[in-house]
Design a protein around this ligand. Structure first.
Ligand SMILES: C[S@@+](CC[C@H](N)C(=O)[O-])C[C@H]1O[C@@H](n2cnc3c(N)ncnc32)[C@H](O)[C@@H]1O
Length: 132
């Protein structure tokens, strides 16, 4: 199954999980306001990232927006483990990292709602995929 191959490739070679300005919710908030929308203020938002790797997109945001709640889902157990270790070391409580396939999000979250959903680089080719 393709998801097994993806998970294995991200287990085999560690992906450096960083923050990207495109995924910063204050950026998304401002862009939405400019388009006439009325998005939730970042400091109280509920945020979901699909394919979050080790949560690199969330760490700085969680420190700035302490009352926001960040949930990241990711196929690779190793990425989730690395992320949880980092969160514990830093002492961040408002990020939840789950090992979950994107396809299972409706069943897992049910009627739970999010103010922002981030999908950054999820279907990017991994170094190992290019070498196969
Ligand atoms: C290129 S990384 C991008 C990570 C992060 N979003 C970022 O911006 O740095 C893509 C991630 O998506 C994950 N992924 C791919 N397909 C997935 C799926 N079906 N469910 C959950 N995660 C998935 C991969 O395991 C990988 O960690």
């Amino acid at each position: 199954m393709i998801n097994d191959a993806i998970a294995k490739s991200y287990e085999a070679a560690n992906y450096a999980s960083h923050a990207y300005e495109q995924s910063f919710i204050a950026n998304l908030h401002a862009r939405s306001r400019l388009r006439g929308l009325n998005p939730k203020a970042p400091n109280s938002a509920k945020v979901l990232e699909i394919g979050c790797a080790s949560g690199g997109n969330f760490i700085a945001q969680a420190l700035v927006f302490k009352d926001a709640q960040f949930t990241g889902i990711e196929l690779s157990k190793a990425q989730i483990k690395n992320g949880k270790t980092a969160l514990e070391k830093i002492g961040i409580k408002n990020i939840d990292l789950l090992c979950l396939d994107i396809c299972d999000t409706p069943a897992h979250f049910g009627s739970q709602k999010f103010d922002y959903i981030i999908a950054h680089g999820v279907y990017a080719l991994h170094k190992n995929d290019c070498e196969a």
